[in-house]
Design a protein around this ligand. Structure first.
Ligand SMILES: Cc1ncc(COP(=O)(O)O)c(C=O)c1O
Length: 368
């Protein structure tokens, strides 16, 4: 879709998967300062000590449990963090429970390493919330791990503390791992307590939490993420990391130190703007014929559904060709949602308004 859009004129993108804001200036300056100061060598394999210390302080304060430097590994974005978490755990005979729709990184990685995926479908009608009982009922003798992602890409759904608590506790009881991608953890658009898996687990032995600076500080291109787990798991993950990327980018890790030491006012400002756009997008989706929306509470996506029999990929392609609006078809995110579209509001309010001015009359003319 995006490749086709690149060959066309006057395309409006509601397909963007990265923040449209500028990275805050103090972080950019720290990155440049690190280059000028000659911080161009490898760091130690677990990461830059100063960044490990800042992250340990930050997570200890945020989760009210002690997280030390030995619980953290700095990676090349949350992508490498999830890559490592899945690579070290997936193997033939091991089953991973994954909500569907979900970010398209996880299932292929599980399968690449011989593991098996069992999808847990969620629906637009109930805001794509995960029913913890459905997850628990899906656990079988081969289940090895559950992968969570809240706020979710593509749905923007934020799981409440009760959901996380129920899943994490049951998983611990049955000796099942929980791998949690928390890359959107700061983009919470309602007045909610963010339920990190770290706050709901009694020990770190069975959990791995991945996150990064990419979304929170609008710096995905700097590629700094991390994984948090028990000291033993981090030791093992470090070996894989050594032979994958060796270390994360050194000057970018200094930029990360500046992000954690600096003010969070820049993040609050971005969240306010995402909230304003979310409110408007939800309203516009509700005014769009044939789309069923809901109230996404985090990230910068909504994943409305089309009537059951409608193929989202065919519709999205025609929408791009006929009115120049580019969204991502649901098929990219799982098998249960081919009648859905991912709409990103990581773009200006003007762009959002113009996209829906084209979409609303066009959708009204579609026979479904
Ligand atoms: C759910 C999710 N996890 C991970 C990533 C990748 O994050 P990073 O840039 O830190 O590798 C993305 C990027 O879109 C994402 O949406």
């Amino acid at each position: 879709m995006v490749n086709l859009a690149a060959t066309m004129k006057d395309v409006i993108h509601l397909s963007i998967g990265q923040p449209d804001f500028q990275c805050p200036q103090h972080i950019v300056e720290a990155h440049i300062d690190a280059l000028r100061a000659g911080h161009l060598g490898y760091t130690m394999d677990a990461g830059l000590p100063e960044l490990l210390t800042e992250l340990a302080k930050y997570y200890t304060a945020r989760t009210e449990r002690e997280i030390t430097e030995d619980n953290i590994l700095i990676t090349t974005g949350a992508t490498e963090a999830m890559y490592l978490a899945i690579s070290v755990t997936s193997a033939p005979g091991r089953q991973f429970l994954i909500p569907d729709p979900t970010f398209p990184l996880y299932a292929p990685l599980v399968r690449m390493h011989g593991g098996e995926v069992k999808a847990i479908p969620t629906r637009a009608e109930n805001g794509h919330q995960l029913d913890p009982q459905e997850v628990i009922d899906a656990i079988g003798p081969r289940t090895f791990a559950i992968i969570l992602n809240s706020p979710s890409n593509p749905t923007g759904t934020v799981y409440p503390p009760e959901t996380i608590e129920a899943i994490v506790q049951e998983a611990a009881y049955q000796g099942i791992r929980v791998i949690s991608d928390e890359v959107y953890d700061h983009l919470i658009l309602d007045d909610l307590e963010y339920a990190s898996v770290l706050r709901h687990t009694s020990d770190l032995d069975h959990v791995m939490i991945a996150s990064s600076f990419s979304k929170t500080y609008a710096m995905p291109g700097l590629r700094i993420g991390w994984i948090i787990s028990s000291q033993g798991a981090i030791k093992m993950l470090r070996r894989y990391h050594m032979f994958t990327t060796t270390v994360a980018n050194t000057p970018a890790q200094w930029a990360g130190v500046a992000a954690l030491q600096g003010t969070t006012a820049c993040v609050d400002e971005m969240v306010r703007e995402y909230r304003r756009r979310r409110d408007r997008v939800v309203q516009l989706v509700s005014e769009t014929p044939n789309l069923t929306g809901y109230w996404p509470q985090g990230g910068f996506y909504i994943f409305p559904s089309l009537p059951r029999t409608c193929n989202g990929s065919t519709l999205a392609l025609r929408m791009l060709e006929e009115i120049g609006v580019c969204v991502v078809p649901g098929e990219a995110f799982g098998e249960s949602c081919i009648n859905s579209l991912r709409i990103s509001y990581s773009t200006s309010m003007e762009t959002i308004e113009e996209a829906f001015q084209r979409m609303i009359p066009w959708m009204a003319k579609q026979e479904m």
